[in-house]
Design a protein around this ligand. Structure first.
Ligand code: BES
Ligand code: MN
Length: 461
């Protein structure tokens, strides 16, 4: 494989925005490029057709006695909009101050190239590496992976022959302190729509007679939280998994204080619910967030109108043990109950995803039946990260979601070792996304060591 930074630049140049059909060409380009890298590494590559974006399924299989890892990544990226806020063009990668800028550099093309570069070096040194590897690189992660269920229908049996997954699509606090991610939050996505009169009304002629849909929407939305910030939906917190003691200890090692976190975000104050600190709230607690709200006149100046429609886009992040379909039903029932008779209520029901949790080996809560290959991989990662970064990793839950990870567990029985390679300054999903090239170097070295040590027999690095 060519130099990893050059490979990453080429990968970035394919604008693979999964949500927008205008980028079909970029999606194809990124997919074919990733496939070509896998072929260079000696994989047999299948392009699995779906209703939307094809999935790459690649294999390097030897003896069934070898350990078997599934490497997961996604070739799609978020839209680059708003383009005007980028310093340089988002799909023309540029190097500045030790970083590579471009959409997808951190999420998830950089980490994918890290895995492939490490693998390429290990296989060059030892072409007979006793490790079975399956690669799954999908193209719909950023839109909730709608095609993965059909993929599992077809391939779950084959995937379940593997021992565990290795994933780098989560974060670390900075380029020196790596986090091994032990949990991802789940998700419930929906939209409330309220309709009043069949057209916008003159607020002088009709004002006072009708229920303004925007007013009803604001009343409903405002009712969904308590003054202390907690979610005011009956049963919302019933099943929340408590925080393990060892997790609080790990968080003490996190190289960020509440104040440095506050300054980084530039918020005047925090507003965490349920007695959690802000650093705890983003990883241990569930949320309900308004992502967009609209209705009525949005132009310059004023307009005396009673809008005929109003909407709010809402997502909940869920934690382990919360059942997303149950939470969704509770939310819908609560909103129906609180909706006044003067407006008509409909919902757009979006995707749902379960949270995922894996307890590392040798913790008080480690499942007794944790597969040996997974425990061995965790240990290999702990040692390699300590060696290459000079600091042992921190084991922490993460606030973001990768819905397919819970599905891999459910459908194919695979747990995931998740090694966080992006950092808070990488601007994921935002303008000027970037990836640290120093971290990239260290991470490649760490993954070389990890890959060697999850193979059989363990090769000392
Ligand atoms: N890589 C992120 C997930 C992530 C972000 C994990 C931060 C840990 C920390 C992923 O690409 C992503 O953005 N996922 C979406 C999922 C959604 C579209 C279903 C998310 O979390 O919003
Ligand atoms: Mn991602």
């Amino acid at each position: 494989m060519r130099h990893p930074v050059e490979a990453l630049k080429e990968y970035i140049r394919f604008p693979s925005v999964s949500t927008d059909p205008a980028y079909a060409e970029g999606m194809r380009g990124a997919r074919e490029y990733a496939a070509s890298l896998l072929k260079q590494l000696g994989f047999t590559v299948e392009v699995v057709a779906t209703d939307l974006h094809p999935i790459l399924l690649a294999e390097r299989l030897g003896s069934p006695d070898w350990p078997h890892v599934v490497l997961y990544g996604h070739y799609d990226v978020q839209p680059a909009d708003p383009f005007a806020l980028w310093t340089d063009a988002p799909f023309e990668p540029t190097e500045r101050d030790g970083r590579l800028y471009g959409r997808g550099t951190a999420d998830n093309k950089g980490p994918t190239i890290v895995h492939m570069a490490a693998l390429s070096r290990v296989l060059e040194e030892n072409p007979d590496l006793p490790l079975n590897i399956t690669y799954v690189i999908e193209g719909e992660e950023e839109i909730g992976s709608p095609s993965m269920p059909q993929f599992f229908d077809q391939y779950a049996a084959r995937l379940s022959k593997a021992d565990f997954m290795l994933v780098s699509d989560t974060g670390s606090p900075n380029t020196e302190q790596i986090v091994i991610t032990t949990a991802l939050r789940g998700l419930v996505d929906f939209e409330i729509k309220l309709r009043g009169a069949k057209v916008d009304l003159h607020s002088g002629i009709h004002g006072g007679a009708v229920y303004n849909p925007l007013q009803a929407l604001m009343e409903i939305c405002a009712s969904l939280h308590n003054p202390d910030g907690s979610v005011n939906v009956p049963g919302f917190y019933d099943d929340v998994l408590p925080v393990f003691d060892w997790e609080r200890d790990e968080l003490k090692r996190y190289p960020e204080t509440v104040e440095s976190y506050r300054q980084m975000l530039d918020v005047p104050a925090f507003y965490p619910a349920n007695g959690l600190s802000p650093l705890e709230a983003v990883r241990f607690g569930p949320t309900l967030e308004f992502n967009g709200i609209g209705g009525g006149y949005q132009g310059e100046g004023s307009k005396t109108v009673i809008p005929s429609e109003a909407f709010a886009k809402i997502t909940c992040r869920l934690v382990s043990n919360q059942d997303p379909s149950k939470i969704k039903q509770q939310l819908i029932a609560t909103i129906k109950e609180r909706c006044p008779d003067g407006v008509r209520l409909t919902f757009r029901e979006g995707g749902i995803a379960e949270a995922y949790l894996v307890v590392p080996p040798e913790r008080p809560n480690t499942p007794a039946d944790q597969p040996a290959a997974l425990a061995r991989a965790f240990k290999a990662a702990d040692v390699a990260i300590g060696d290459q970064f000079g600091r042992a990793p921190i084991y922490l839950r993460e606030g973001g979601s990768i819905p397919v990870i819970a599905d891999f567990k459910k459908r194919a029985g695979l747990d995931a070792l998740m090694i966080g390679l992006f950092t808070p300054v990488d601007n994921l999903h935002a303008p000027d996304e970037s990836f640290s090239l120093a971290l990239m170097d260290n991470a490649i070295a760490a993954f070389e060591q990890i890959i060697k040590n999850i193979a059989l027999p363990p090769v000392v690095a």
